[in-house]
Design a protein around this ligand. Sequence first.
Ligand code: FES
Length: 496
Amino acid sequence: MKKETLWQEAIEPLITEDIPKHLEVDTLIIGGGIAGISTLYELKKKNETIVLIDQDQIGMGSTARTTGKLCYMQELCYHKLEKIFNFDTARLYLEASIDAIKQVKHHILTNQISCDYEEVDAYVFTNDETEIPEFEKEEAFYEKVNLSYQREEQIPLDTPVKYALKTSNQAVFHPLKYLSALAKLSLEQGKKIYQNVRAQTITKIGEHYQVTTDKGTILAKRVIVCTHYPFFIHPGFIPFRTHIENSFITTTNTNENYHFQAITSNKPTDSFRFHYDDKNYFLYAGESSKNSNHFDYEKRLEELQQKLYLDFKVTPDYIWYTHDVMSNDSLPLIGPINHKNPNLMIATGFNKWGMTNGVLAGMILSDLIEGKENKYAKLVSPSRKINMEKIKNFFIDGYTSTKSIIKAKFIKDQPFYQDNVKITYEDGIRIGIYKDEQGNLHKVKNVCPHMKCNLIFNYIDNTWDCPCHGSKFDIDGNVLKGPSVYSIKLKKNKKE
Ligand code: FES
């Protein structure tokens, strides 16, 4: 079984130049995932200096770890949005999601992009009778907006269903083939991409922003942060407006030939799709959980594999782990971070619909940069008005984060740690020690540089993971994934 993603295999790394030590640009985009590359591509004709940097190879962060669904039927979100905000907000978000899917199709057709794009029906379903009233409310919303849908008693998979809704004109694709094509087209138009450059700090200097990276400095009139989770806390205080959920995605080679995507409404969510290139694949995402709840990734993976086998008689060929940023009012956060910083923009809080919302982010951010009206900008603005649901969820998110911190902070050795992982203290510093198969000890600080949560050892990836906002470090302390931009290195590893 491969512990990498199916999407990464088909992709040739993009060759880009080394970044100069000092740069001065009009627009700096940080993060080369779907949101960052879509923004860069939408700005391809803009006649100014636009540069994108990525801490790794483009697309190898969250975009490589998605299911690759383009979907407006996002579980049962619309009647919930109607309750949190109002009917018009819910309707506008539906329209925005439909437009994002159309935008992908438009780019594919215009540029003849080969990315295994396929239009499919989407289902949301449940096997739990208590969920039916929620489905009825969602149907009532569909009726009000005149959205064409069907109520179904079955979905094309052999799985029990008590209630299902089906809509059409949604899509699945190979996210990295699409992303690579847009990146190449942007380069051809004279835009610049620099890879393996990690942004570390951002400082406002007059009307400009100075971004320090591990390779030098960049002075920019505008900075667009599309890093899945912003690497800074202030401004914006995103950690207090979001929580993290994680899940596993599995891919199994199959002889089946289905063309649809589906998701359950109940928690934890199960999500399904099929993918066709030279082989057929069944993708299943499950075991979703708030980060604070289950630190024993190995046990969760075992449970997921058992479920897959029992329900579908399959054993996965690929398995990977993914984090989603969930906003506390169920809408993404796209646009200027606050009124004081109109030229510092973010794109995060995609609530598990990263492909659709990433494309939407590209449409909105590029319009804002070009000074154009965008009818969805206010809807997803990070400085949108606070409402009661947001206040309630602010406390829930606060409680969730605190629970993560407490669980991680006060339990020294997690009950599932084997003999090869130890937590200890040296000179008052909390240390994590991992002993590899050759007996080498790998010692690191066991405190996340982002907001000081203690780290948990992840036996699936052999990494130190932060339960608070999802930073990830290798056994030698190098940062693999933010929001932390600093390592947890302590000193050189010793051989036992
Ligand atoms: Fe925020 Fe670790 S404390 S990612």
